[in-house]
Design a binder for this molecule. Structure first.
Ligand code: COA
Length: 374
């Protein structure tokens, strides 16, 4: 079995942004229009009036200040509240492929790898824009990579699960190097009319090159010391969109065909799940928590990041030890922990230990322990 490494990461950030104030202003205009339209029914008590959102709540409850999005105007238009992303002809690369390719090229540059040195592409993300052909095969074609590609979805844990799959394949010599890519257009599955969650998500794509430690010729390479995955069924984060919807057309436009969560319950149940998995994983590898220089956590909620940090370290971790990117990006599903890793890894010294941890719907948790090698 070969020892594996992450030799490069890449990031594609969509140029458009929406601040909390912009989003809340649009949401509140929608609320006002709804309440106006239903003024009589609200007066009769047959319709509940909608409550306004607030920027201060969003920042305090989540830590999010802004988000990057693929398309802004459709989201803020209160007649629409969905990004405006036109269909493309089959002859053109899909938008998910385009984002994936941009981040993949960035990762390949960082890893010092050319397409002929890569044998596979895995696209791991929460929302695939079609069932087939796989987005990964489209990415493979665009990059000119021989070999194979496939898509996988483990919601917010898709990136760490994809890294584990890639590492296993490289370790067993099924491939020399694999691109694990995470294009996320989270805004297209977000219910922007739901006060509890309208502020949660942003769009982005990340990528990582996984190869053997021996072949790694990167400026900032990280040995994959160990991976640990765990899942436990829960409907507290759920999306019922799928191919069977048209077999029950009466439910097609219901809110459950978009992202729905019981945020408070998720917070309470996932924090211990994640903290325990991280401490167990480190112990199984023979490390103490104190050996760890950095933890790149899934970016869903700032309070959650802080609490997991305190539980794992037994003290308040510094912002350098547990970096935060969700203030700028919001929750970008599987890509969040990889953005944090991409941005905050180059200052570590050779032999420093760190850990990427994702968590989310499923529930699912994935941990990847890394040691800097170059
Ligand atoms: N603006 C103003 N007030 C709002 C609001 C909004 N947009 N949304 C909710 N509120 C109100 C609620 O009505 C409630 O009021 P009440 O106390 O009078 O009943 C209060 O704020 C608290 O709401 P709650 O939903 O309990 O907030 P919270 O502190 O749990 O924060 C989340 C909400 C979603 C930010 C938080 O629960 C979370 O991030 N959970 C984890 C999510 C997660 O990790 N999901 C994984 C998916 S990838």
């Amino acid at each position: 079995m070969r020892t594996t490494a992450i030799s490069g990461t890449g990031l594609y950030t969509p140029p458009q942004t929406i601040t909390n104030d912009e989003l809340v202003e649009s949401f509140n205009a929608y609320v006002q229009a709804f309440n106006q339209e239903h003024v009589e029914a609200i007066g009769e008590g047959t319709v509940e009036p909608l409550q306004p959102s607030s920027s201060s709540f969003v920042e305090k409850a989540s830590g999010i200040k802004s988000r990057h999005v693929v398309e802004k105007s459709g989201i803020l238009d209160i007649e629409r509240m969905v990004p405006n992303i036109p269909e493309r002809p089959n002859e053109e690369p899909s938008i998910l492929c385009e984002m994936a390719v941009a981040s993949a090229r960035d990762a390949m540059r960082a890893a010092n790898k050319t397409p002929d040195q890569i044998d596979a592409v895995i696209v791991g993300c929460s929302n695939l824009q079609r069932p087939y052909p796989a987005i990964a095969i489209e990415v493979q074609r665009e990059l000119g990579i021989d070999g194979f590609g496939f898509d996988m979805n483990v919601a917010c844990s898709s990136a760490t699960f994809a890294i584990q799959v890639a590492a296993d394949m490289v370790a067993c010599s099924h491939a020399r190097a694999i691109l694990a890519v995470n294009p996320e257009i989270c805004t297209a599955h977000l219910n922007f009319r739901d006060r509890d969650s309208h502020f949660i998500f942003g769009d982005v794509s990340t990528a990582a090159v996984v190869e053997s430690k021996e072949s790694c010729a990167a400026m900032h390479g990280f040995e994959i010391v160990g991976t640990k995955l765990s899942t436990r069924f829960s409907s507290n984060v759920r999306n019922n969109f799928g191919f069977l919807n048209r077999a029950a057309p009466e439910g097609i436009d219901n809110p459950d065909k978009l992202f729905v969560q019981q945020g408070r319950k998720v917070f309470k149940e996932v924090v211990p799940l994640v903290s325990d998995l991280i401490t167990t994983h480190l112990a199984e590898l023979g490390y103490r928590v104190a050996d760890m220089k950095r933890m790149w956590l899934h970016q869903a909620n700032r309070n959650m990041i802080d609490l997991i940090g305190r539980r794992v370290w037994g003290r308040e971790p510094s912002i350098e030890e547990s970096p935060v990117i969700l203030d700028e990006y919001a929750n970008t599903s599987s890509a969040g922990s990889i953005i944090a890793f991409h941005r905050f890894k180059s200052d570590l010294e050779v032999d420093d230990l760190g850990l990427i941890c994702s968590f989310g719907a499923g529930y699912s948790v994935g941990s990847v322990v890394l040691r800097k090698i170059s």
